[in-house]
Design a protein around this ligand. Structure first.
Ligand SMILES: *Cc1c(COP(=O)(O)O)cnc(C)c1O
Length: 328
């Protein structure tokens, strides 16, 4: 595991390690963060966007095989809200077609799939310690290097393309330029900050889990009555309460709910603009209408506040405001 200055940096290192280049295609969900795609496009690859599952908002593994062709080099499962993608299928297809798997586990540190940590299935896994994540260092990230063949090169790429890590261990008497690379290192101050967070990981995640469960229980009847949809995870997944979201009926209802909450000093936000309908996505020839589930759910999702210093009464104030919106 190598610390980096961000998950963006870890993803860029992954693209370098997989030697992705012009002519290669990288399969990923369009419902993802910009860094997930940028890392590979920076190397000249073409993103191949696939649609997502309605229940988890993760890459739909049933669409994966038909997206694979002779140019495909990497699959990038992004574990949305810390809920694992269907890794059995992803890994089996990657093996069958000889593809790398780079997990975007930015939201999934500590989360599991079939009792194994997310970010450890693929050749590479990328984590984030950005201030919006469960464990933070302001800006920060890490790259899990899960195959020995990548270990030495990963160190070199992270150290500006030099073998400085070997030099610091006394293995060589000077260090020099040995490959392409960049500076993906965090500063020591950031690493020290992160250490304190890691030492409190259980407490932090337990608190988030409790807040998450309060949301989930308090919104159960609204979900039962069909007003909204709550998050779901398959039983083989053990997430760590990164995001609490609901699905509204449509984009108009979401906007009205955002305004209703804002009037009560509650900030609820949504993400992501699907990558395939963004201005950059269109430059790759993508058009609205191509990924219907992604387009629909990105217009219906609303994230409710969830952060460490939030309290149970505050969560209930949010859920009461949501109830008032639907029932008043
Ligand atoms: C936060 C996030 C990133 C980027 O992380 P940084 O550390 O801010 O670079 C990448 N992918 C996903 C899915 C994220 O949520």
């Amino acid at each position: 595991m190598l610390l980096t200055h961000s998950c963006t940096g870890a993803l860029e290192m992954a693209a370098l390690l997989c030697e992705v280049g012009p002519g290669d295609e990288v399969i990923m969900p369009s419902y993802a963060f910009v860094s997930t795609v940028n890392a590979f496009v920076l190397r000249g690859a073409r993103p191949c966007f696939v649609d997502i599952r309605r229940d988890t908002l993760n890459l739909d593994e049933r669409l994966l095989e038909s997206a694979i062709n002779e140019r495909t080099k990497v699959i990038v499962p992004m574990h949305y809200a810390g809920v694992g993608c269907e890794m059995d299928t992803v890994m089996a297809l990657a093996k069958q077609y000889g593809l790398y798997v780079v997990e975007d586990a930015a939201q999934a540190l500590g989360a599991k799939y079939r009792d194994r940590y997310l970010g450890t299935f693929g050749e590479l896994g990328c984590y984030s310690f950005h201030e919006t994540k469960n464990l933070i260092s302001g800006e920060g990230g890490a790259l899990a290097v899960n195959i020995p063949e990548f270990e030495e090169r990963a160190e070199i790429i992270r150290q500006k393309g030099t073998n400085r890590a070997q030099f610091l261990r006394g293995e060589v008497d000077k260090y020099s330029w040995v490959s392409i690379g960049s500076s993906f290192l965090p500063s020591e101050i950031v690493a020290a900050f992160l250490l304190a967070q890691l030492e409190n990981e259980q407490m932090i995640n337990a608190k988030r889990m409790a807040l998450w469960a309060t949301y989930h229980d308090a919104l159960a009847d609204l979900a039962q009555e069909g007003f909204l949809v709550r998050p779901h995870w398959p039983e083989q997944c053990t997430p760590t309460a990164h995001i609490y979201y609901i699905l509204t009926a449509d984009i108009e209802e979401r906007q009205a709910l955002i305004e209703h909450l804002a009037a009560r000093d509650i900030m609820a936000v949504f993400h992501y603009v699907p990558l395939h309908t963004s201005p950059m996505g269109r430059k790759f020839g993508y058009r609205p209408g191509q990924l219907p589930v992604t387009e629909e759910l990105s217009e219906r999702i609303l994230r409710l506040p969830l952060y460490y210093s939030l309290t149970e009464p505050e969560v209930l104030r949010v859920t009461n405001a949501v109830r008032e919106f639907y029932l008043a």
